[in-house]
Design a protein around this ligand. Sequence first.
Ligand SMILES: N#Cc1c(-c2ccc3ccn(Cc4ccncc4)c3c2)n[nH]c1N
Length: 244
Amino acid sequence: MRLDYITIFPDWFAPLSLSLPGRAIESGLLSIAVHDLRDWTHDRHRTVDDTPYGGGAGMVLKPEPWGEALDAVLASSDAATLVVPTPSGRPFTQALARELATREHLVWACGRYEGIDQRVLDHAAGRPDVVEVVEVSLGDYVLNGGEVAALAITEAVVRLLPGFMGNAASLVEESHEDGLLEYPVYTKPASWRGLDVPDVLRSGDHARIAAWRHRQQVERTAARRPDLLPASQARHEWEVVPAV
Ligand SMILES: N#Cc1c(-c2ccc3ccn(Cc4ccncc4)c3c2)n[nH]c1N
């Protein structure tokens, strides 16, 4: 998988060289390039933004540098997915992470200020033979730019690539993969500050352990994310869950 990030803050992506194991890059599983949008400006101030048409606060990222940057990055690509973090994007979900993990080339358009001139996205969407545009939101809160979202989405996607996670088994029992939140986890010592590991987890009875863990998932999901449960299963806090 090829990853290209276009941003006015390239230093935001320095952590990628720390967080993505070097072996994934050395093995060719990943190739990463970070591009400074200002490299496609031609004025002495390296201008990337201007005031919004129609008025309003803030500044908008100009289309020209983006157009040249995307032309350059896409020129060496057979088929790319332009991932655009934006507050107005579709919600980022594990299902979308799985979909993006099937793509060969992800190009990340990281906006700032009030956003990227809409014509940049429209122009890219007009080249479906070259690029597919995916506008995505990390969540219902407001960030100052797309870089943090790009990093978070990158991690969620790349960890799904075959061979990336050392222990592929850990990918199987994951939150949201089965529609439920994860069960609580424990490790040694068996007792810590007067708090003991649940006996069932030390019983060696794998059927009981599995049942306990599933119940914990359902209880947690009902309490914290009832929206994830089918209406038939969504319960209220006062409802008693039958013991296993
Ligand atoms: N993904 C995602 C996001 C963003 C986000 C993403 C890209 C940009 C570029 C610029 N801004 C600032 C801004 C622009 C317009 N309205 C409000 C804030 C961004 C925010 N905020 N919240 C999320 N979940």
